[in-house]
Design a protein around this ligand. Structure first.
Ligand SMILES: Nc1ncnc2c1ncn2[C@@H]1O[C@H](COP(=O)(O)OP(=O)(O)O)[C@@H](O)[C@H]1O
Ligand SMILES: [Mg+2]
Length: 253
């Protein structure tokens, strides 16, 4: 479905991605973990054609998005819904208007169809009564859900999530995880989730890849991931109090 082949990318002075190889299957929820600055967001931007590699290539289906431009690129991008890290809501528009934006920009749907579609997607994220609210009236979790409704409003085949639970409390984070799982089941989409939330990765991922300093150091299903012998994976797990047996470990005070 999505394939990165030996993708390398320099940004400024830094070599941010170093020959990254990834193959994401249709209907997976593929999770990419790694610490801040590892190159996770840069990897996502390559998938949707917002960045192009210095070497290597990126395929969506059988099309090379990293070499596409103009109409072809627009058409490939149209298959994606993206939940950006910041949520990126326009503060001067209502919730409903924010969700409607991609439809207004990319389609010629009549106004009544737009209203119906916006309401359908707001219902999916549990915000059917909030379309008239302003972003400033929303909690962090609600903002993420509005961003999610906007990401799915064009019925994309692929959803990219950049840090969907960052800045949220644990209970709200698990609600977002459940929502991601539900969208996968109900919309049969392929998802790629970038996160440093290990609990989230383990509960939603079909496979988990770890990116460390621009290199993929592990790709495994959740059971195998927590047992990985890779030192960087172990460091990442230990930092979140998970032992190699997958159980919780308390540091002696
Ligand atoms: N447009 C850019 N110009 C220069 N450096 C960038 C740019 N975007 C990202 N970087 C650098 O690339 C590295 C990886 O960034 P990013 O993918 O955003 O990390 P993260 O894993 O936290 O999402 C960081 O060191 C960041 O500073
Ligand atoms: Mg990032």
């Amino acid at each position: 479905m999505i394939r990165l082949e030996k993708v390398s990318k320099r940004l400024g002075a830094a070599l941010v991605l170093k020959a990254v190889d990834l193959h994401i299957e249709e209907r997976e929820t593929f999770v990419i973990v790694g610490s801040s600055g590892a190159g996770k967001s840069v990897t996502l931007k390559h998938m949707v054609g917002l960045l192009t590699p210095d070497s290597g290539r990126v395929l969506v289906g059988d099309r090379v998005i990293s070499e596409a431009s103009g109409r072809a690129l627009e058409q490939l991008r149209g298959q994606f819904g993206v939940l950006f890290q910041s949520g990126a809501l326009l503060e001067w528009l209502t919730v409903g208007e924010n969700v409607a934006l991609p439809l207004r920009e990319k389609t010629k749907l009549p106004e009544d169809a737009i209203t119906a579609r916006v309401q359908e997607k707001l219902s999916m994220v549990g915000l059917e009564h909030d379309h008239h609210k302003m972003p400033s009236e929303l909690s962090g979790g609600m903002r993420k859900r509005v961003g999610l409704a906007r990401a799915i409003v064009t019925n994309p085949r692929i959803i990219l999530y950049d840090e969907p639970t960052s800045g949220l409390d644990p209970v709200t984070s698990r609600l977002i995880d459940e929502l991601i799982n539900r969208l996968r089941r109900e919309l049969e989409v392929t998802s790629v989730v970038v996160t440093h939330d290990l609990m989230s990765a383990l509960s939603i991922g079909t496979r988990i890849a770890m990116l460390h300093q621009g290199r993929i150091v592990e790709i495994a299903d959740p059971q195998a991931f927590v047992r990985s012998a890779e030192p960087e994976v172990q460091r990442f797990l230990e930092a979140q109090y998970i032992t190699r047996r997958g159980s919780w470990e308390r540091t002696e005070p």
